[in-house]
Design a protein around this ligand. Sequence first.
Ligand code: AMP
Length: 471
Amino acid sequence: MTFAEIGLHPAILKALTDSGYSEPTPVQTQAVPAALAGRDLLVSSQTGSGKTAAFMLPALHRFASEQRLPAAARTPVQERRPGPGRGHDRHRFQPAQPRMLVLTPTRELALQVTAATEKYGRQLNHVRAVAILGGMPYPKQMELLGRNPEILVATPGRLIDHMSSGKIDFSYLQVLVLDEADRMLDMGFIEDIERIVAATPTSRQTMLFSATLDGTVGELAQRMTRAALRIQVDAVSARHDNIEQRMHFVDDLAHKNRLLDHLLRDASIDQALVFTATKRDADTVSDRLNVAGLNAAALHGDMHQGARNRTLAAMRRGQVRILVATDVAARGIDVPTITHVFNYDLPKAAEDYVHRIGRTGRAGRSGLAISLVHHAEQFNVRKIERFTKQMIPVAVVVGHEPTRRLSANPRPAGKPAWKGGEKRSYGQPTGQPDSRFSKPSVPRRDGPPRVPYHESAKATHGGGRRTYGDR
Ligand code: AMP
């Protein structure tokens, strides 16, 4: 099915052609027609699947097609009657009355959704979208709300602030979207979300997007929607098809740093994203890379929003080659020229691994995800492999081999890798030597059996004392 066959408004079709979208992605094929028909949606899909357009295109179509706009809602706030009272009170803003609200877990994702909305709605000059974010100065936000935009994209905390001070009135809200709902719940936004939803009309259309629809997210989804259509896009395997994964074992922090430096000097890297576990490490690694002559910048939650935006803008313009980031800061980053993702530290949750590597291989391009793994973290690797149902091949760079040798196959035979069985190909080449590396990867062919996690940890950390890493 094409976008035209789906029946989208011609102005939106034009914007999609201008954006170079020739056909809908699988999640769009399922979600857009149902949303156009007014259905509530519960969509399980990942970033990179085209989910933003899946909820934004039907909403824009609705706004483009509706002749009569709610009169009160569409008058810019400044042109409306001043509020009652005298002096300062007279200039109190009347509340903004949006028709659509998109809630996102992070500021970066909110900005990205806003940018995508501007792209898809470029031909619709009466549809305005603004982002309401924590960290943005209040006067600026008041000015944005004063434009009485049709679409608000917001992080829950800051939105609640504005709702509490009467700056937003949801009486005219037609469409509510929860983007990355599971993330918002992980970040503790459940009460804020409940409060926001309670302030919106029950007649609204609700679309909830989440990596998972189980547990608390499922319960929330059930409460918020009516006869919702469930859409499951098996994005994990689809996404991984164009993202090659591999891991390198490292002995210690110094080895890890040397290997990272070496890998980052690969000329085939257009731009790279390096994930660290802590904000401090993001700064330290970025500083170290800059000293080593690599063009790097850090991105994390301790930075002011302005600095974060400038860093991301510099990355988009290609002025920064390597971005060293923490999970939360990097969530939702959509820079199509990121060719490589490095896990300097493995994420704690397997889902985060999927989110991280999804920062490369955007919009159908190919990408490479490389994890630097200490032997004591093999347990973590198994968790990730079970989650993604994919095995991560081990690679070795000549001259940067780990001193510890690896076993051929520590898992019971007869079960697939993600169930702990299939042979890991330590003894096999992991593929053709990769031209993306200055030296080819040469996998280990022999070695003693791998040590179980707890023993390995003991051996490495001297009876439980952590000596590896510096956090
Ligand atoms: P999202 O999952 O919304 O973060 O989108 C991932 C990327 O896919 C973004 O760079 C979008 O611009 C791009 N994209 C979304 N829909 C399409 C489409 N139908 N064709 C090509 N690219 C798309």
